[in-house]
Design a protein around this ligand. Structure first.
Ligand code: GLY
Length: 403
């Protein structure tokens, strides 16, 4: 009896597995878009050589001010410090151009000390997008060691009473956790997988579950910041920092959530994370304020829609996440996600968003929004818009190759 049940379950799993594989294979990709992407990637390689030539030693590129033709840079502790090397690795993966690889490896050395940085929740962005891609492509075991130390440093910011990793240390917040932090969990999920240390997994899952409970509204849009009481774990406030209002849906935050829960599902196969990602996708894709070209306004509730600024970074992150999510669901549902991702990729490839090689300070995309309430990085190129755009294009090519 037990054996029969076991075999039944096993065959059920196998069938489920093959159905899933079949579904994935049935997603159809567009050869014309693959050709467009190839052109984009060839241009991006040349554009990043422009960026390489402009970037001073000891810092990372961050943005560009067109009026003064000034490359804006950051120090290594800034949350975006890993995207430049990450994009170089992706472009090296595509082109095999060793000058990109050399630059990526040199810049990684600058980042190495950040593995000990316990003052930020952004170590996932900083280290996994850089060293993670380096490890994937080069298999250098010293990168693995650095990533595991980074995961340990990130874990020190977890408070079991709150059940989440602390985002910022600054006042007036008590224990702020921002939706963006979902993106830092992949470092922990990876670390748990390679080291066998389940405490990383526990922290990542607890953080994801706490976020699911408190960050989301009934329509599955998310607040930007939840402030917690460290004595009780109670929610003190639901606020925004970078969005239009506490009650609004800041566009990049929605994309971070979508991407974050899609990654959680990839590592755990727990369908509650898949459901969460599908709900977030539903909020975004049925939003009356999502423009027909699918490049979001910087906030889905910005008061001056349709004149509000667009955010190419929110679009890039969304496209990359949707290509992955499309493979996790039925063909019918996945086709809808893939069509939106395709639209985003086509529209970001237009002259409206993609810079002519040699212009835009060497960045690939124009028109992203960093932080409107703080009046910083408004309608500018940003390293993370480029990173997720290149990632999305590579993901699309990969999907097309599997046909
Ligand atoms: N993590 C900060 C941002 O998305 O702007």
């Amino acid at each position: 009896m037990y054996l029969r049940l076991h075999l039944l379950l096993l065959s059920g799993l196998l069938i489920a597995g093959s159905v899933r594989a079949q579904k994935n294979n049935k997603l159809s990709t567009n050869p014309a878009l693959v050709r467009l992407i190839d052109g984009n990637l060839r241009q991006a390689v040349n554009q990043y050589k422009v960026l390489m030539s402009k970037t001073p030693a000891g810092v990372m590129p961050r943005s560009y001010t067109a009026g003064t033709d000034k490359l804006e840079t950051s120090d290594l502790g800034w949350w975006t410090s890993g995207f430049y090397t990450g994009t170089l690795f992706y472009l090296y993966q595509y082109s095999h151009d060793t000058s990109l690889l050399r630059e990526a490896k040199d810049r990684l050395n600058l980042l190495e000390k950040e593995q000990y940085n316990k003052g930020t929740h952004d170590l996932g962005f900083m280290m996994y997008c850089s060293y993670g891609n380096g490890l994937r492509l080069l298999g250098d075991t010293s990168y693995k060691r650095i990533l595991l130390t980074s995961a340990r440093s990130l874990s020190t910011r977890f408070n079991p009473v709150v059940g989440a990793i602390r985002s910022w240390d600054a006042k007036p917040w008590h224990y702020p956790v921002i939706i963006d932090n979902m993106m830092n969990l992949e470092l922990l999920l990876w670390a748990s997988q390679v080291s066998g240390d389940t405490s990383f997994l526990h922290i990542a899952l607890t953080h994801a579950n706490t976020t699911m409970r408190n960050h989301f509204r009934p329509d599955f849009s998310s607040y930007h910041v939840i402030d917690y009481d460290t004595a009780t774990g109670a929610v003190l406030a639901k606020k925004t920092a970078q969005g239009y209002a506490d009650s609004s849906a800041w566009a990049r935050g929605q994309s971070w959530g979508l991407y974050g829960y899609t990654v959680l599902y990839r590592y755990t196969h727990d369908t509650k994370y898949l459901e969460q990602a599908r709900h977030i996708a539903h909020f975004i894709l049925t939003n009356p304020h999502l423009p027909s070209d699918k490049i979001p306004y910087w906030d889905y509730n910005a008061p001056d829609i349709p004149k509000a600024l667009r955010d190419a970074s929110a679009a890039s992150v969304m496209a990359s996440a949707l290509i992955e999510l499309a493979r996790d669901v039925s063909v019918e549902e996945g086709t809808g996600y893939l069509e939106t991702a395709q639209q985003i990729l086509v529209n970001l490839s237009s002259n409206n968003y993609k810079a002519v090689v040699g212009s835009n300070g060497g960045f690939i995309l124009k028109h992203s929004v960093g932080n409107i309430p703080a009046h910083t990085e408004v309608d500018v190129p940003l390293t993370y818009a480029d990173y997720y755009f290149v990632e999305a294009m590579l993901r699309y090519k990969e999907l097309a190759k599997e046909k």
